[in-house]
Design a protein around this ligand. Structure first.
Ligand code: SF4
Length: 287
């Protein structure tokens, strides 16, 4: 299995991302988000470890790139807590910046600002996941990730350095973070240019974590998902009408502030006002 691989090679009908490649420097992630989907298909997920032969394989594969977008990363966070000392994602960026590619970072960590010098050297954009601007709520949803305040500050720092930033308000969980009007106003003031959102989709293990973290909310969500919801491609989703209502609200709040918007795997592509993943923000390849 190559280290840099095609993102969504099956071209699932739910995914509207433009073609891109994906690279995960780490297997697993130690942010321990209650809603994490990847934990349901990667063993020992919270024991974050580097990919085997990471740097050797990357040097070999990066030399073959021809200006493609490399998305880092989609099944784990490239800035887990271990990265502060290990510096492996930074080493990956050093290698990639010497080759012909465009980079999209997807992270929940303000540690990404450490690497702004490298990101400034290569066509790149950063997608920061900020599910809420409430630090207490974020500490329940994402117990070991940097606080919401730190992530908002990171978005601001990156924009000031000229690195385009999108924010993933993702997932939207009904009754928890469904009305991000204050957050979106803050993001607009900072200069964030794109928002991507999707609704929470329960899997057995993330539902268990969510029910432990927010038991009263989980009781209210149960009928919305397991009685009135729908099954699409093996996933449990809220009803189409409720998804449309929640995501239209985010789209309208974003549009009112001049921010582009896209939905992720919702079967509602008409809500997109730009390429869903915010990759349109990455400048063109320079060589
Ligand atoms: S940051 Fe992403 S990969 Fe890591 S635990 Fe949270 S949702 Fe999962």
């Amino acid at each position: 299995m190559p280290l840099i691989s095609s993102f969504d090679p099956w071209r699932s009908g739910m995914c509207t991302c433009p073609p891109k490649l994906t690279l995960n420097p780490y297997s697993g992630c130690d942010h321990d988000c209650v809603y994490c989907y990847a934990s349901s298909y990667v063993q020992n997920f919270s024991q974050c470890r580097p990919k085997k032969d990471l740097l050797t394989a990357l040097k070999r594969e990066a030399a073959k790139l021809k200006g493609e977008v490399v998305s880092i990363s989609n099944s784990s966070d490239p800035y887990p807590r271990a990265e502060a000392n290990a510096g492996l994602t930074r080493r990956c960026l050093e290698i990639l910046s010497g080759n012909n590619c465009r980079i999209q970072i997807i992270t929940k960590s303000n540690l990404v600002t450490r690497d702004d010098d490298l990101l400034a050297e290569v066509p790149s954009a950063v997608a920061l996941t900020i599910t809420t601007d409430d630090d207490h709520l974020a500490s329940i949803l994402e117990p070991h990730a940097p606080s919401a305040t730190e992530r908002i500050r990171a978005a601001q720092d990156l924009v000031r350095k000229g690195i385009p930033v999108s924010v993933r308000i993702d997932p939207i969980i009904p009754l928890v973070n469904e009305d991000p009007d204050k957050l979106i106003a803050t993001l607009a003031d900072i200069g964030v240019r794109h928002i991507t959102s999707s609704t929470y989709k329960p899997k057995p293990d993330n539902w268990r974590r969510l029910s432990q973290a927010l038991p009263a909310v989980a009781e209210k969500l149960k009928p919305l998902y397991f009685q009135q919801g729908e099954r699409i491609g093996g996933n449990t989703l809220l009803s189409r009408d409720l998804r449309l209502k929640l995501l239209s609200n985010v789209r309208d709040l974003a549009s009112a502030k001049g921010i582009k918007f896209g939905v992720c795997r919702e079967g509602l592509p008409k809500l997109n006002t730009a390429a869903c993943d915010g990759s349109w923000l990455i400048p063109p390849a320079t060589r």
